[in-house]
Design a protein around this ligand. Sequence first.
Ligand code: SF4
Length: 304
Amino acid sequence: MRNKRLYLSLKEFLVEKFREKVKKIPLDAGLSCPNRDGTKGVGGCLYCDAKGSGTGLATHFSLSKQLKYFIEKFRCQGYNKFIAYFQSFSNTYAPKEKLEKIYGVIRDYPEIVGLAIGTRPDCLNLEIINLLKEFEKEGYHLWVELGLQSKHNETLKIINRGHSFEDFIEAYNILKNNTIETCIHLIFGLPGEDKEMMLDTVKTIAHLKPEGIKFHALYILEGSAIADLYHDGRVKELTLEEYAELVALSLSFLPPNTVIHRLTSDPPRTGLIAPGWLIDKNKVIQKIVNFMKEKELYQGKFYQ
Ligand code: SF4
């Protein structure tokens, strides 16, 4: 046990791959989402805010300005290589020509070595897959970050995701069949879910063998639909201890080579209603690590 790696972090993976540390730049391309514009639904997922779970920077800054700003900022922290992460809203939800222009901005920045595209399972088709593959052929490391949150259709309904687990599987298979690396997003603490349901999602995902996974704790933001449910006492936040245990156990069920892109959420400081403990990211990570050490867990321990 002593020599076992607790988990394979994205940071570690990138250093192994690029021989130096690499920083992910969060970008807002000013796109929308079928679950907000009325195509699939209105109002979006219960926890989504007006920024589409992203930075909201597109309102004031072009993509080039965002890239320049972040590259300069992170260069001061010793980074020379970057991954362009299209984070806000659904970044494959536009015609191919528009997406080509949007993603193509990264070609002006030779220090960008990777492209990560955040999207929903119902916003992928072969035309877009082929476009993404073009960037991969040019040498960019490519990930599609696919939001699932839970495998339970009853939960997906409650949180107004506007797609089912089956939709997710369909999109996931398209990505797999086209050898595109996938990072799956999960949220713990969704309304109506207990520990067993959350771990059930993780075990199902483990068997799909995604290249990456991101863990989030549900948080309540002012202006999101879930804030009303929270104030009415119909949604309860997880405690730090509960969350740490869930993530630690989840890691033990995952294949050892799944890259852990994120162990905890990174909520905006302003507008966060709960849980307050999410603000101290290092403390959350330390709690997960401590739990793993205490229980002698490591990534892959129970993966079969
Ligand atoms: S899919 Fe993403 S952008 Fe769309 S409503 Fe849900 S959280 Fe917001």
